[in-house]
Write a new protein. Structure first.
Length: 148
């Protein structure tokens, strides 16, 4: 019985002092860092640690919403291509089946192009019409048979 009471006294009196003294000797300004890696169990939900733009890496090209269709080159099947322009006025070329940013070119027509756009896992079909600027219209008016 005496041994048990001494053990209880030791745990109640000596142990908290040991913890306090360890905390007191820790250097000031030391941050505690958790060393185990973060994990996530999705249970069918989207992983919040994966960027929303995982399907469209910024290195792959611009977002579809920012593009204008500025040129169409019709050639032999599989050899046609479109020219797309981003807001920085850089040209991007694509053939049927190629991906540019978050969109894949499906079909090329004489005045438009059809795209499959992937917005964060939701896919939609979009068509871009050929963007004719005022300078293009002026060139057509000068050419024989052009619009007057």
């Amino acid at each position: 019985m005496i041994r048990a009471s001494l053990l209880v006294w030791a745990l109640l009196v000596i142990a908290p002092r040991a913890v306090i003294s360890q905390e007191a000797t820790a250097p000031e300004g030391l941050d505690v860092v958790r060393v185990e890696p973060a994990s996530y169990h999705d249970d069918g939900r989207r992983d919040p640690f994966v960027p929303l733009t995982s399907g469209a890496d910024p290195g792959e090209g611009p977002r579809f919403e920012t593009l204008r269709l500025t040129g169409i080159f019709l050639g032999a099947p599989g050899n046609s291509l479109v020219v797309l322009e981003d807001p920085m006025r850089r040209g991007h070329f694509a053939r049927v089946g190629e991906k540019i940013g978050n969109a894949r070119l499906l079909a090329i027509h004489s005045e438009s192009a059809d795209f499959e756009v992937d917005d964060y896992g939701s896919v939609r079909l979009e068509s871009l019409r050929l963007d004719r600027t005022d300078s293009d219209r002026a060139l057509n008016a000068v050419r024989p048979g052009g619009a007057q």
